[in-house]
Write a protein that binds this ligand. Structure first.
Ligand SMILES: [Zn+2]
Length: 182
C-alpha cells in the first residue's frame, strides 16, 4: 500500500470523466488499497480515483473514521451508480482537491446505490445524510466535477481570486477544518 499524491484544483485531470472498470483484477485491488491509505492520511472521509489521477470509476469512503477509527466502516466501491435519489440535504463541504475552501452544497438526502466491491460482489446500499452526500460528492469526481461547480458563480469567483492571491503571496499553513472534507 502507498499514499498517492492528491491532485488539486485547477489540475486538468480533475475534469476527466472516468471510465467503467471492466476487470476486477489486482490493479483495481491495489488502487483501492492505496486510495484508502491516501484518504486516511489526508485525512478525508472519501476519495475518488480521479483525485489520484486514475480515470477508473472507483471510490473509497469512511464517513465514521473520525469517531470510530480508520478501517471499520471502509467501503471500496467500483462502478458505483445511483439508482434512486430523494429529498434534499445541505452540508458544508470541503474537498481534498480544493484546499482551504468550504461551501454549502445542496444534494439529495437519500440515495440508493448499486456498485461492485473489488472482490466481485455486487452490492446495493441505502444512504442518507452525510453518507449520502459523501457518495454524491465522490460520484461527481468520477464525472469530472468539483463541488465548486455546484455553487454560485460569485462564490466560485471569490475562491479563484483568493487562490490566485495565495499563489502570488505564498500559502499560509491551513487552519483547522470544521467542515466535511470529502
Ligand atoms: Zn472531493
Amino acid at each position: 500500500m502507498a499514499v498517492r499524491p492528491i491532485l488539486t484544483y485547477p489540475d486538468p485531470r480533475l475534469k476527466v470523466v472516468a471510465g467503467d472498470v471492466a476487470n476486477l483484477d489486482g490493479r483495481i485491488a491495489a488502487l483501492c488499497d492505496d486510495m484508502a491509505e491516501t484518504m486516511y492520511a489526508a485525512p478525508g472521509i472519501g476519495l475518488a480515483a480521479t483525485q489520484v489521477g486514475d480515470p477508473s470509476r472507483v471510490i473509497v469512503l469512511d464517513v465514521h473514521s473520525k469517531e470510530e477509527g480508520p478501517g471499520k466502516h471502509l467501503l471500496k466501491l467500483v462502478n458505483p451508480v445511483i439508482a434512486e435519489r430523494e429529498g434534499e440535504a445541505a452540508f458544508e463541504e470541503g474537498c481534498l482537491s480544493v484546499p482551504d475552501f468550504t461551501a454549502e452544497v445542496k444534494r439529495a438526502n437519500r440515495i440508493l446505490l448499486r456498485a461492485w466491491t473489488p472482490d466481485e460482489k455486487e452490492i446495493e446500499l441505502e444512504a442518507d445524510g452525510l453518507f449520502a452526500v459523501a457518495i454524491q460528492h465522490e460520484l461527481d469526481h468520477l464525472d469530472g466535477k468539483l463541488f465548486i461547480d455546484r455553487i454560485s458563480r460569485l462564490k466560485r469567483d471569490l475562491y479563484r481570486a483568493r487562490q490566485r492571491k495565495l499563489d502570488r503571496q505564498g500559502r499560509p499553513p491551513s487552519s483547522g477544518r470544521t467542515s466535511h472534507v470529502i
